[in-house]
Design a binder for this molecule. Structure first.
Ligand code: SF4
Length: 504
């Protein structure tokens, strides 16, 4: 079966290349790169989430960073991945570690899967790394204009690599290693203002298997909904989403793009072969955008993919039907999260969710009928919504009896706010479940009210005797009571923390 990245994707660095062999540890001694054609040594630095203690650890492993690292390593470069989100809030330590890496080039990660770094942190890191004499460029998965905006907001950053980042980073490092100026496709630089060179269309099948061996995977944990037991590895069968929901980060990313079924099954086989992976989260923002793709994937996975693979995914209720959900179940899927956000048609319309709420009940019922666990995700504070209408949504969701539900407030960038609402609070990720602006429609009074609604929603959903009894029965039926008890305990703790508005 074709495997993206060819032979280099099989975990064996090219002869003569001193590829890193495990997650970076501070103080680890590494041999200096001694030269191999135009190969160089690159430090890929994930900045801390905050420069003020306490350390705040993201939930999602740095997927795009691992892909960039793999692309550079597969091209023959030596890569040191410094994941400072797990280590320090101290800017000086970030600089000291980057200097100690003795890299020819430093790539400062601007954003990653479900992970935004604050402009202030990025500016401070870029300035300090530059002052230390390091050759720094930013790298992130950004569309062209958002990349320009990022450069304008981070004046210390002299260059930015954008687009699908493994391609722009690979082109940039190759060009710099060959003595070029680095003004490659998918890069921005400063020359009488910000200049950009757009990225031509790329084929995601030409990308590598993420370098998960450079990431401390044990320190990232999916929510218990999506973690049935083993360590879960994320896989992206597609990137982006074609829908325009106003709060969603996909709007500043390159457009929706998918990989071939061959490439995705090839990656799953590689994950199993290299790291014994048996559980994955298909992390596409919306799985099954293309129904035919999803059906082909599900039809081929049992015979062509790793035996016994279990997976979960996220989708929309208007992208699934019973036939597809049954095919997903037969292919090892055990859990699907539906981002419904609301059942109030006006809230969905004003949020540009483009979802018919009439699809929600049938999709949840079909998923349950197919034997899949279901998670329904709801947002509080949407435009056109109100506390009373949110309660109506909650009542309807409970009547559908999904296995799990989650409730989030609306997080947006400041310049994305629609009319009819305002920023009600700035959340501090060391305490809450994210960093940034909380937005709510005018009908919602305050941060305290949002928190109270969220708390009450978790209680109403999870503390029903019928629900608790149903979960106990499902555990007994699962044949793995111990593992399910651990999962339930983790899930209960998570729900409790979210209900309190605390960081999960
Ligand atoms: S459908 Fe989901 S992933 Fe797509 S834009 Fe809306 S919130 Fe984002």
């Amino acid at each position: 079966m074709p495997t993206p990245g060819g032979d280099r994707a099989h975990g064996t660095p090219a002869a003569g290349v001193l590829g890193c062999t495990g997650p970076w540890r501070p103080g680890a001694r590494r041999r200096r790169w001694i030269g191999y054609g135009n190969a160089v040594r690159v430090a890929l630095v994930l900045p801390p989430t905050t420069l003020q203690p306490p350390l705040s650890r993201p939930r999602h492993a740095p997927h795009y960073t691992a892909v960039v690292a793999a692309a550079l390593r597969d091209a023959g470069h030596e890569v040191v991945l410094q994941d400072q989100t797990l280590r320090t809030c101290d800017l000086q330590r970030v600089v000291d570690d980057a200097v100690a890496a003795r890299a020819d080039l430093v790539l400062l990660v601007h954003n990653d899967y479900n992970r935004e770094f604050s402009t202030d942190v990025l500016e401070a890191c870029a300035a300090a790394l530059g002052e230390a004499g390091l050759d720094v460029a930013g790298v992130g998965r950004l569309a062209e204009e958002p990349a320009r905006t990022a450069m304008e907001r981070i004046p210390s950053l002299g260059r930015m690599l954008f687009g699908e980042p493994e391609f722009s980073a690979r082109a940039y490092v190759a060009d710099r290693a060959a003595g070029g100026d680095g003004r490659v496709e998918g890069s921005a630089w400063r020359d009488d203002g910000v200049q950009l060179r757009a990225q031509s269309a790329v084929d995601l099948d030409d990308g590598p298997i993420p370098a998960w061996d450079l990431v401390d995977m044990e320190r990232y944990g999916f929510s218990p909904h999506q973690q049935a037991g083993d360590l879960v590895y994320p896989v992206l069968a597609s990137r982006g989403c074609p829908f325009p929901c106003f709060w969603c980060e996909v709007r500043v990313r390159p457009g929706w793009a998918t990989r071939s079924v061959d490439a995705v099954i090839g990656e799953l086989n590689e994950l199993h072969r290299r790291w014994g992976v048996t559980s994955v989260f298909i992390a596409d923002p919306t799985f099954a955008i293309e129904r035919d793709w999803a059906l082909e994937f599900c039809a081929r996975l049992p015979s062509e993919g790793p035996a016994g693979l279990r997976w979960s995914c996220m989708s929309r209720t208007d992208r699934v039907d019973l036939e597809l959900l049954q095919a997903m179940k037969a292919a090892g899927c055990f859990n699907v999260l539906f981002g419904i956000e609301s059942l109030n048609p006006e809230a969905l319309r004003l949020s540009r969710k483009n979802l018919d709420p009439a699809t929600v009940g049938p999709a949840v019922a079909a998923a349950k009928g197919a034997g899949l666990e279901t998670i329904v995700s709801v947002m509080i504070g949407l435009p056109g919504d109100s506390p009373a209408k949110f309660e109506q949504t909650l009542t309807q969701v409970i009547a559908m009896e999904p296995d799990f539900a989650q409730f989030f407030v609306v997080q947006i960038a400041e310049d994305e706010a629609p009319e009819g609402g305002r920023t009600v609070s700035e959340w501090d990720g060391s305490r809450f479940d994210f960093w940034g602006h909380v937005w709510a429609a005018d009908a919602f009074e305050s941060k305290e009210q949002l928190l109270a609604l969220r708390r009450a929603a978790f209680k109403r959903f999870y503390l029903r005797p019928r629900y608790v009894g149903g979960r106990v029965a499902a555990m007994a039926r699962s044949g793995a009571v111990g593992a399910q008890l651990v999962r339930a305990a983790r899930g209960g703790l998570l729900a409790l923390k979210l209900a309190r508005g605390e960081r999960p």
